[in-house]
Design a protein around this ligand. Structure first.
Ligand SMILES: Cc1cc2nc3c(=O)[nH]c(=O)nc-3n(C[C@H](O)[C@H](O)[C@H](O)COP(=O)(O)OP(=O)(O)OC[C@H]3O[C@@H](n4cnc5c(N)ncnc54)[C@H](O)[C@@H]3O)c2cc1C
Length: 399
């Protein structure tokens, strides 16, 4: 039986970017994917990513995996007030099937091996290697990488962590024809009747078709999605797909000497939006470096360096986003309405950075002196602060 440097569980973006990064550095890797086709997840992802995400992977910005480009988001407050925001550069809507096939073919070109229709069932750890039991045959590798996504069972079992730490929340999404769509604009819908504790979205694929979805902390996302579709007068609906969104931020530990966890499996999605393609692929690229180093006998140091490096790049952002998410999820409709009118009145109309939300959210705080100088600001800000404290107190007494 061949001894791989790494067996990677899952051919999603995180697993494939790990394989690509390790194989281009000469490591021998096998990716094991339970589905027969790569890119199975297209229908259950919005596919919205920044230019940075595509550039990190050294992919062409004109590839066939790009369905659309968007540059603005229209936020709909619970009472229907609209706030238009520039997204901080052009963003791209991916065809996930084609995106993952492109990553897979790049990895194959670097001699990575990809086995489809192979479901990993069990990992057995030995002193010198890991045995990976699958539905077809066993594989052996020096290190195992869990990139099996939001429902991963391996990371909690191997690292002794509770799966609930990933804070999965249910979502529902569909693709549908929408009349009068501006193909350049994403829409975000706030409100407890729309998506309690989260938000709804429209991500245009072109000028008449879009991915429409939402996640919610309470209630049934499919029913909420039906309501949203009704509100939008959308009738021509394809399949509705349900899948968890990860909002808890990264797990406290993502490695041991023979194991790395990457992407949704490791909780490496943005806590504010659940978007995990940028963060998962970035961490995958870092994991690939560690795998290649490990095969050169840096046995203990290399897996540790994976965690050290990704935390250095993303830990602060994850922490801040987790904090903002904790506040956002308990805000009632009135407070959300006040917040939207506050942002409109200070002409807050652009994201500083699509991936680093802390920079955007910190902007009003950093400019508080100028903002307070504007007429009518004190009463509005006081209302938001008092309402937020009220929401926090009400929420903690229910919890
Ligand atoms: C409705 C919705 C909308 C979203 N929209 C966006 C968005 O617009 N932008 C964004 O950045 N993110 C978005 N996300 C999040 C994004 O989809 C995930 O963060 C991303 O897919 C995580 O990639 P991954 O490779 O870690 O896991 P996955 O993409 O889940 O891939 C895991 C792979 O592992 C395979 N697998 C699982 N178990 C096994 C096993 N035992 N053996 C073998 N193979 C296995 C699976 O089949 C799958 O191919 C959205 C998520 C949802 C649910």
């Amino acid at each position: 039986m061949p001894m791989y440097d790494a067996c990677i569980i899952g051919a999603g973006p995180s697993g494939l970017s790990t394989a690509l990064s390790a194989s281009m550095r000469g490591a021998r890797v096998a990716v094991l994917e339970e589905h027969r086709e790569i890119g199975f997840l297209n229908a259950r992802c919005g596919g919205l990513v920044s230019e940075r995400c595509i550039r990190n992977l050294k992919l062409n910005l004109k590839g066939e995996y790009i369905l659309n480009r968007v540059s603005e988001a229209v936020v709909h407050s619970p009472s229907g007030s609209l706030l238009t925001i520039k997204l901080g550069g052009e963003c791209f809507v991916l065809d996930r099937v084609s995106f993952e096939k492109t990553l897979a073919s790049k990895a194959l070109n670097n001699n990575a091996e990809i086995y489809t229709g192979v479901k990993v069932k069990k990992l057995k750890f030995y002193k010198s290697h890991v045995e990976v039991e699958t539905t077809s045959r066993a594989f052996e590798s020096r290190i195992a990488v869990d990139a099996s996504g939001a429902l991963s069972i391996f990371t909690p079992a191997v690292l002794g962590l509770k799966p609930s730490l990933r804070r999965p929340i249910p979502s529902a999404q569909t693709e549908a024809k929408v009349n009068g769509l501006n193909g350049d604009e994403v829409h975000v819908f706030l409100g407890r009747c729309i998506a309690p504790g989260f938000f709804g979205w429209i991500i245009p694929l072109n000028s008449n078709k879009a991915r429409i979805g939402l996640a919610c902390e309470r209630g049934n996302p499919t029913l909420f999605l039906k309501n949203l579709l009704k509100k939008l007068n959308v009738e021509d609906v394809y399949n509705v797909v349900k899948w968890p969104i990860i909002t808890g931020g990264p797990l406290p530990k993502t490695f041991n000497s023979r194991f790395l966890s990457v992407g949704d499996a490791a909780g490496q999605s943005k806590p504010t939006t659940g978007g995990g393609i940028f963060t998962g692929t970035l961490c995958g690229l870092i994991a690939g470096v560690a795998i290649a180093r490990r095969s050169e006998e840096h046995l203990v140091e290399a897996p540790r360096s994976y965690e050290k490096t990704w935390r250095k790049l993303l830990e602060y952002e994850f922490k801040m986003q987790r904090l903002y998410r904790q506040i956002f999820r308990i805000l009632d409709d009135e407070t959300l309405d006040y917040t939207v009118s506050f942002l409109k009145s200070i002409s807050w109309n652009s994201l500083k950075d699509f991936d680093h939300h802390s920079k955007t959210i910190e902007y009003p705080l950093r400019n508080i002196k100028t903002i307070l100088g504007k007429p009518g600001m004190y009463p509005l800000i006081s209302k938001i602060i008092l309402k937020t404290i009220g929401n926090l107190l009400a929420y903690s007494s229910v919890e």
